[in-house]
Design a protein around this ligand. Structure first.
Ligand code: 5GP
Ligand code: ZN
Length: 114
């Protein structure tokens, strides 16, 4: 999608601090990090929200979590732990409409998130 911020990052039109990449996903550091590690993992195919995922795209969700695992390894969080969050729709805090898995860690995280 030409007017999607994250599609532009995938296309290299907007720079990003890339942590991990494969043929299916891209992981880069959030521009407004909420923790020492705050990485966004996105599919290379444009999907606006969780509500838009089609059954034939189900494996993409697994790809996102395997990439989160890779990100945790890069940042040394595999043992210490990290949080994965995907906001769906504005009411839940989604502000960029290309699905992204937040990988957050490196500091104590409270629960529930509020
Ligand atoms: P959401 O609010 O949709 O769950 O998360 C969107 C995230 O994208 C936010 O945490 C925000 O800081 C991040 N973000 C927005 N614009 C950019 C950008 O241009 N580059 C990067 N790296 N992150 C961005
Ligand atoms: Zn997109």
């Amino acid at each position: 999608m030409s007017d999607c911020l994250f599609c532009k990052i995938i296309a290299g039109e907007i720079p990003a601090d890339v942590v991990y990449e494969n043929d299916k996903v891209l992981a880069f550091r959030d521009i407004n990090a909420q923790a020492p590690t705050h990485v966004l993992v996105i599919p290379k195919v444009h999907i606006a929200t969780i509500e838009d995922i089609q059954p034939e795209q189900a494996s993409i969700m697994g790809d996102l979590f395997l990439a989160a695992q890779a990100v945790a390894k890069v940042d040394g969080l595999s043992e210490a732990g990290y949080r994965t969050v995907m906001n769906c729709q504005e009411g839940a805090g989604q502000s960029v409409f290309h699905i992204h898995l937040h990988v957050i860690g490196g500091r104590p995280l409270s629960w529930p998130p509020g």
